[in-house]
Design a protein around this ligand. Structure first.
Ligand code: NAD
Length: 237
């Protein structure tokens, strides 16, 4: 199917990073489920919620520091390098597609990026190291150095608007592809999970590689219930 395709769209979820040591969202013992998520509204309204969000963020960073791209990330990077895949649409926030060698124009992050912070007012990027030092010294997260606005990890929280540019790029790629290749997503988080269904409705073939069944398995042209590393290692030189 890849050989037959003109344009392959890649689409990944948390499952592609489990082999790198980062647990996914819904598997048993997921650390992401341990706490009630802090919604975007609550983050804006409450200084205590912001302190708690940063405490959780730094605790998670300590657990997964040093995670490296796995065979799945490297397999997608090879497909991109071979000119088959213009970009990978990802729900992940861990930056591992970039770490596998993909450029910013080759990764479309639907849920943002947890490797830096952003000002909610002016959008300026701030490095986490500085935010953490300041938080640990003052007991309060710092405000934006430029405009004094609230800083937040550059991820998309529950209730936060989806990033416009990433959504537009993902729509364009989905509409233009003739093969849509999913790896490591339960396909239950919307609007992200709408992209594979849209690709299929638009005439593309749909392939899903995931350990567990997904709601789109019945409509897919090929479903592989297996470990991502074992499937994608064939693409890694
Ligand atoms: P999910 O946790 O809902 O689903 C992951 C799927 O991957 C599961 O169905 C699981 O069976 C499968 N899986 C896990 N490891 C696998 C492996 N080695 N081989 C094959 N299949 C495997 O993840 P989702 O669909 O991406 O939605 C969760 C949300 O949580 C997303 O919004 C994402 O942003 C966020 N999240 C991101 C990260 C990350 O950046 N690494 C981690 C956790 C959660």
């Amino acid at each position: 199917m890849i050989q037959d395709a003109r344009i392959v769209a890649g689409f990944t979820g948390a499952g592609i990073s489990t082999e790198s040591g980062i647990p996914d969202f819904r598997s048993p013992d997921s650390p992401w489920m341990r706490h009630k998520p802090i919604s975007f509204d609550l983050f804006l309204q409450s200084a205590e919620a912001r302190r708690e969000a940063w405490r959780r963020k730094f605790a998670m960073d300590d657990l997964y520091r040093g995670a490296r791209p796995g065979l799945g990330h490297l397999g997608f990077a090879s497909l991109v390098a071979a000119g088959r895949m213009p970009a990978v649409v990802t729900q992940n926030i861990d930056g591992l597609h970039q770490a596998s060698g993909l450029g910013e124009d080759q990764v479309i992050e639907l849920h943002g990026n947890g490797t830096y912070a952003k000002c909610l007012s002016c959008g300026r990027r701030h490095e986490l190291e500085w935010v953490r030092e300041s938080f640990e010294a003052e007991g309060e997260p710092p405000n934006c150095r430029i405009c004094g606005g609230i800083l937040k990890s550059a991820t998309i929280s529950f209730g936060q608007t989806m990033p416009e540019q990433a959504m537009r790029r993902a729509q364009k790629l989905t509409a233009s592809c003739d093969l849509f290749l999913v790896a490591g997503s339960s396909l239950v988080v919307y609007p992200a999970a709408a992209f594979p269904a849209f690709a299929k409705d638009n005439g593309a073939r749909l392939v899903i590689v995931n350990r567990e069944p997904t709601p789109l398995d019945e409509t897919a042209d090929l479903v592989i219930h297996a470990e991502i590393g074992s499937v994608f290692s064939v693409f890694v030189p």
